[in-house]
Design a protein around this ligand. Structure first.
Ligand SMILES: [Zn+2]
Length: 261
């Protein structure tokens, strides 16, 4: 089921809670000092923390890929330079040479793709899951905490001698809004969506095994828990009904006649 016509749309809303303190670095571009880079937390214009949808998507994808691999399913490696993608550069080149209609071409790339690329996006098409940026929820501005860090020598990987620095963290218990939109999922992909939501809610393979976002996750930072508040599914029939609502009665009759003939 490629993204050519509307099949279904699932919107999931909820709230993310920081189970641990979180550090999502703002990756300051002003400083070239490795000690300064990444020490501040990414903030919105109000100065409150934000979890970018792209960060969340990356974490969910890699966890999902791990589960597929453990189940013996084929998953490509989009981060590998050695072209281990489900659509290799050569395959893309050869397919494009055939000069097929674009839609047909897109379908070939889609069919060739692993389940992770089909859902999260691959080289030749956008994914079906859209994670929105998660904004801070709270009446008062977020109060950040500081942690001690040790500078790492980028050459040797060893802790740089006497280079200590502070890094900002989002306190444990901080809450964020959450919204995920899934479009045109087939039956199997709808099951995968349930699995992904379970991972986010901490009902994964092991209970309470939460996903972690941001940096320094090996130092016990970053775990988040999702609580789902709303799940809306819109089918193609709902969509047609909605379009009909916009049409005047005469046109609406026409649509109904057209649909029944
Ligand atoms: Zn793939």
């Amino acid at each position: 089921m490629l993204y050519t016509k509307f099949e279904n749309k699932i919107k999931i809303k909820g709230m993310l809670t920081a189970v641990d303190p979180i550090h999502i670095g703002a990756a300051s571009r002003e400083s070239l000092n490795p000690v300064d880079v990444d020490s501040a937390v990414l903030k919105d214009i109000m100065g409150n923390p934000v979890i970018p949808g792209s960060s969340l998507k990356g974490v969910v994808r890699s966890s999902f890929e791990g589960i597929l691999r453990a189940a013996g399913l084929r998953v490509c490696d989009i981060h590998n330079d050695k072209d281990l993608n489900c659509n290799s550069k050569q395959f893309i080149k050869d397919t494009k040479k055939q000069k097929l209609p674009l839609l047909k071409q897109a379908q070939i790339f889609y069919d060739q793709s692993c389940e992770a690329c089909k859902l999260f996006g691959g080289r030749q098409f956008a994914g079906k899951l859209h994670f929105k940026d998660c904004n801070y929820i709270g009446d008062k501005p977020c109060i950040f905490e500081k942690r001690d860090g040790v500078g790492i020598d980028r050459e040797t990987g060893a802790a740089a001698r006497s280079v200590k620095y502070d890094f900002e963290i989002i306190p444990k218990g901080t809450r964020f809004d959450f919204e995920l939109i899934a479009e045109n999922l087939d039956e199997n992909q709808q099951k995968y969506l349930e699995l992904i939501l379970d991972l986010l809610c901490g009902n994964g393979i092991t209970d309470g095994d939460y996903l972690a976002v941001g940096g320094k996750t090996t130092r016990g930072l970053g775990r988040i828990r999702l609580d789902i508040t709303e799940k809306i599914t819109m089918t193609a029939e709902d969509y047609i009904r909605k379009i009909q609502d916009y049409l005047d009665p005469q046109e609406k009759e026409g649509v109904e006649k057209g649909a029944s003939s």
